[in-house]
Design a binder for this molecule. Structure first.
Ligand code: ADP
Ligand code: GN1
Ligand code: MG
Length: 365
């Protein structure tokens, strides 16, 4: 789905007395429609995806609460860059925190965080390590955030057994007649039905704590300083909810430690880069500052496989359901992504002993 056709004139009137000089689609997110706006300064304008986020008012309450909390923490910790440490929601001319258009389209605006860049692929091991520290610290900063104040913006977001069941429902329905193309992928998923339970079982046994987590720890959800490459700000806060630390770890590995991009179709290029895995693990453990329990540390490699497997199943489900969730830019895009993720799962499984050894070594330090 392209966001070029979206009419922004109504929303721009709500935010600006006179029309901004520039407003164009921006970034590579799969979920929201993001625009860069240039007026008295630069802004990020987003049309929220209300098909996915069905309670946008609650979602905005979450974001306002979390951004304020992070800013207060940054101040408390004496951060040199408090202004850029957290997203800043810009109100409408009427002082509202978001805008609802005449077609029930929901919008929000942030200050553009200047002098920052996002990375779609890891540019250096150091950057990836820094990204890990940032996501680890983010979790730390939210450790005392009252979880009961957070609405669950997407129910069962990282409930992998449920994602498995949803895939099987899509297989059963085969609403777009695409099942015949994906026999191998469905079989791949079936073989891992038991594995999908691992974290839920650990949780049920009281071994895995629920924490306030980010839940979408892709590399491009971090803004890096354009000069120093230090992480400045964690963004894309739509899915901040109670979750497992190992999944926050895992989703970063899934995206950033893949030797290929998420939708690479040449699967021979897809593999887990163990050097990047180690750098990320080191940074994340450090960023979490001793808060990870022994079980969480042990389950970090499982988190990496779990998030990759789950994401593969989500892409495959969306393919079978006619590409209604993730933005696609070509026919078969979701299938390409699913195949890519499953190839990465297979490589991670081959490298499980090595991942475990790395975590053991790092935990001993
Ligand atoms: P999605 O949920 O669709 O991924 P994001 O909130 O992650 O949407 O935004 C998409 C992209 O827009 C980001 O990857 C980043 O490049 C850019 N972006 C978002 N917020 C800001 C900001 N405050 N300053 C600068 N760039 C931003
Ligand atoms: C989406 O919003 P974005 O592009 O950062 C998705 C993640 C997936 C990711 C796959 C709310 O992330 O869960 O892992 O795509 N976000 C949502 O690239 O579903
Ligand atoms: Mg994003």
């Amino acid at each position: 789905m392209s966001n070029r056709k979206i009419n922004t004139s109504e929303v721009l009137k709500a935010y600006f007395k006179s029309a901004p000089s520039y407003c164009e689609p921006y970034g590579n997110g799969h979920i929201n429609d993001t625009f860069l706006v240039v007026a008295d300064r630069r802004y990020i304008l987003q049309r929220m995806n209300t098909v996915i986020f069905t309670k946008p008012a609650e979602l905005m309450e979450n974001i306002l609460g979390v951004t304020e909390h992070i800013r207060a923490k940054a101040r408390e910790m004496g951060s040199a860059d408090v202004e850029r440490a957290s997203l800043v929601v810009v109100p409408t001319l009427d002082g509202a925190k978001y805008f609802v258009g005449s077609e029930n389209d929901w919008w929000r605006m942030y200050e553009f965080t200047e002098r920052t860049v996002t990375q779609e692929v890891v540019e250096s091991i150091e950057d990836f390590r820094n990204c890990a520290v940032a996501f680890g610290k983010f979790q730390q900063m939210l450790a005392d955030y009252p979880a009961e104040k957070l609405s669950e913006t997407i129910a069962n977001f990282h409930n992998t057994p449920r994602r498995y069941r949803n895939l099987m429902k899509a297989v059963e329905a085969d609403a777009f007649g695409r099942l015949s193309e994906v026999g191998a992928e469905v079989e791949f998923a079936r073989q891992r039905e038991q594995f999908a339970q691992t974290l839920e079982n650990a949780r049920a046994a009281g071994k895995l704590p629920l924490r306030v987590t980010h839940n979408d720890t892709k590399l491009n959800n971090i803004l890096f300083d354009e000069k120093t490459h230090e992480p400045v700000c964690v963004i894309d806060l739509d899915t901040v909810m109670p979750g497992y630390s190992v999944n926050d770890f895992g989703d970063s590995i899934r995206f950033g430690a893949n030797t290929a991009v998420e939708d690479e179709t040449d699967l021979s290029k897809v593999s887990l880069d163990l050097t990047l895995f180690e750098a990320y693990a080191e940074g994340f453990i450090r960023g979490c500052n001793g808060s990870l329990t022994e079980t969480e540390l042990e389950l970090l490699p499982v988190g990496a496989i779990m998030m990759t497997f789950e994401c593969g199943m989500r892409f495959l489900t969306d393919y079978l359901e006619g590409d209604v969730y993730f933005k696609v830019h070509r026919p078969g895009h979701n299938l390409d992504r699913a195949r890519n993720q499953f190839a990465l799962v297979a490589d991670m499984e081959r490298k499980m002993d090595e991942m475990n050894a790395i975590i053991k070594r790092l935990s001993a330090n």
